[in-house]
Design a protein around this ligand. Structure first.
Ligand code: ACO
Length: 461
């Protein structure tokens, strides 16, 4: 029976084996990250040569630590790792993160098999080897050697690529996408994607789960975990092309497998496959802040006809419908539009549309029982200030919470430059799903529709 990951993510006692005074070493960075975390725990550096590191008493070996350890970070060269794992088992350590590289990712599978034998039936759980560790933004603990600090939020990220996981933190911060946890799984000797999906399924701080994978070790467990998860699971699976699959083998030693089989399996399990990490963040922002769409009928509001058509194409290409307006909605919108303009879907508010037209038309669409979600679009055509558009969105989403009242998602998209971008940053900071492309907006609406369908299936099972 595998131990749960509670003590892994919320350890009361942590040791760093290979902690160093040398500020250029990974063992120094890992110790410092934990030390400066806004997190309460007992912290022990382990290094046979030192008496003290960063003001903390240093120990020669794990057995010398005066309490049972919940977590040990290992940052010593690969040949020394098996002995450290033996020490962990002997001292009943609950969890270990093996940062060290030099295992199956360079073709040395025997060393990992040897470590598995050492663990045997001991309850020790292991992350890695070849991992950056994890950052638990919900509780303020940084158990990694990487510098970046995620904003606190609701997306749990699992990444098979260490460097990419660090880059993803910077990108998420830039995009105002908050994380609950981010874990670099490395070579997945023990703790695997399915263990983490199971944990995040129950984690109250996590609303959406995102994965970057190159290959999975146990396809059935992976699928079962996604299927059992009551939250949306977004998956970027790389190695789609022949050359990409070759690159996968030399990066993490994974078999990329048939892309079609992966795609079908993820879909069948109820996961959503994303093309890349930007799409993963787009979809995560929508899923974390907006309700799922109850159907695929979308209403579009724009002040620029061309943008409305591009959105319509992108929605239809992604299996969403842009239905004709019902008679009552037509009447309501007809009263709002200038005299010569007739309502349609997309609703063209024309270039001088200000706050009122956006607000009143969005409400009319939300009230329509034949519309399951609304996309608000604006082109900086020079007639109306972009702030009238962004102000309408903030009023409806942040103040009036119309998406919650009508249980329908509202997404936004824009075309413009600096003046617009500054205002968009305010929206992103407020958690509003707004995107600079019609395709990205349509894909995010698709994610909300797929989540709605998943929930319906879950209720019927
Ligand atoms: N117990 C405790 N301390 C020990 C032990 C031991 N058994 N053996 C050695 N040490 C000490 C060393 O004396 C040293 O301390 P010092 O600086 O005071 O001398 C410290 O532990 C580290 O050992 P080094 O031999 O100096 O190893 P170094 O720090 O250079 O490298 C490391 C170790 C980082 C684990 C390296 O082998 C490695 O694997 N690097 C790659 C890590 C990596 O990238 N992982 C993937 C992350 S994901 C990504 O790509 C972002």
């Amino acid at each position: 029976m595998k131990q749960t990951l509670d003590t892994f993510f919320k350890p009361k006692s942590i040791a760093v084996v290979g902690a160093s005074k040398n500020t250029t070493k990974i063992g120094h960075a890992a110790l410092k990250n934990i030390l400066i975390s806004d997190y309460i725990c007992n912290l022990y550096p382990i290094n046979p040569k030192e008496k003290e590191i960063l003001g903390l008493k240093c120990y020669k070996k794990i057995a010398d630590i005066p309490e049972q350890l919940d977590l040990v970070l290992v940052s010593v060269p690969a040949p020394f790792v098996p002995q450290i794992v033996k020490d962990c088992v002997a001292s009943n350590v609950k969890n270990a993160i093996i940062i060290s590289s030099g295992f199956s990712e360079v073709g040395d599978h025997k060393a990992e098999e040897a470590i598995k034998k050492i663990i045997g039936t001991a309850p020790l759980r292991i992350l890695g080897p070849n991992t950056m560790g994890y950052k638990n933004a919900s509780d303020g603990l940084d158990a990694s050697f990487a510098f970046s600090t995620p904003r606190k939020g609701n997306l749990a990220l699992i990444s098979q690529s260490g460097a990419l996981s660090i880059g993803m933190i910077y990108l998420a911060n830039n995009e105002f996408v908050g994380l609950s946890k981010i874990v670099g799984v490395g070579n997945k000797l023990d703790i695997d994607d399915d263990d983490l999906i199971d944990y995040f399924s129950q984690d109250p701080e996590t609303k959406v789960i995102g994965l970057y994978i190159e290959g999975v070790k146990n396809g059935r467990d992976f699928m079962n975990s996604i299927k059992a998860c009551p939250k949306p699971v977004l998956v970027v699976k790389s190695g789609r092309s022949t050359a990409g699959a070759r690159a996968t083998a030399s990066h993490t030693g994974s078999m990329a497998g048939s892309d079609k089989i992966y795609g079908a399996a993820i879909k069948q399990a109820g996961g959503i496959r994303c093309r890349d990490i930007v799409e993963l963040f787009d979809m995560a922002r929508a899923l974390a802040g907006q309700p799922p769409a109850q159907g695929n009928r979308i209403g579009i509001i724009t002040n620029g006809g061309g943008l409305g058509i591009m959105l319509t194409d992108a929605c239809e290409q992604n299996g969403l419908n842009i239905p004709k307006l019902s008679a009552p909605t037509y009447k309501k919108i007809d009263k709002i539009l200038p005299d010569l303009i007739k309502p349609n879907n997309p609703v063209d508010l024309v270039a001088d549309a200000g706050f009122y037209r956006y607000e009143a038309c969005t409400k009319a669409l939300l009230e329509d029982p034949n519309i399951d979600g609304v996309i608000m679009a604006s082109v900086h055509g020079g007639y109306a200030r972009p702030k009238e558009f962004t102000g309408a969105i903030l009023k409806m989403i942040r103040q009036q919470k119309l998406h919650e009242e009508y249980k329908k998602p509202i997404l936004a998209t824009w075309v413009g430059g600096r003046e617009f971008e500054d205002l968009v940053l305010d929206l992103k900071a407020a958690g509003v799903p707004i995107y600079p492309s019609s395709w990205r907006t349509a894909r995010s609406m698709l994610a909300l529709y797929l989540e709605g369908e998943r929930i319906k299936r879950e209720k019927n099972e």
